[in-house]
Design a protein around this ligand. Structure first.
Ligand code: 5GP
Ligand code: ZN
Length: 113
């Protein structure tokens, strides 16, 4: 999709720090490190957000979450993780390519409420 920043990251046109990659998805560090290791998991195919995907398409994305989340937590020594996902501007979506936030948690006051 033209002018989509995450499509450009997937295509390698914009640099990113990759956390995980396979044929269907890419996980890379969020430019804003809300906590250390804050990662975005995206489908390689462009969708505006989760609401624009079928159940099957969203399942293909979400099925990757536990494995990636657990590896991330283990590598970083995190004690927990917030997993969240925004759809449309009113709900805080700023980049209109489906993404899941993986936010490792280390302590109560580690930067994320
Ligand atoms: P949203 O607010 O749409 O749920 O989340 C979008 C996220 O994308 C934000 O947390 C923001 O920091 C991140 N982001 C925006 N532009 C870039 C970029 O060019 N590179 C990376 N790695 N993250 C970005
Ligand atoms: Zn896109």
């Amino acid at each position: 999709m033209d002018n989509c920043i995450f499509c450009k990251i997937i295509a390698g046109e914009i640099p990113s720090t990759k956390v995980y990659e396979d044929d269907e998805v890419l996980a890379f560090l969020d430019i804003t490190q809300t906590t250390k290791g804050h990662t975005l998991l995206v489908p390689k195919k462009h969708y505006r957000n989760l609401l624009a995907m079928t159940g099957e398409e969203s399942a293909q994305l979400f099925t990757k979450v536990p494995n990636i989340a657990n590896k991330l937590m283990k590598n970083l020594g995190a004690k927990g993780m917030n997993i969240l996902q925004n759809n449309e501007e009113i709900a805080g979506q700023t980049v209109f390519h489906t993404h899941i936030h993986l936010i490792p948690r280390y302590a109560e006051n580690d930067g994320f409420i």
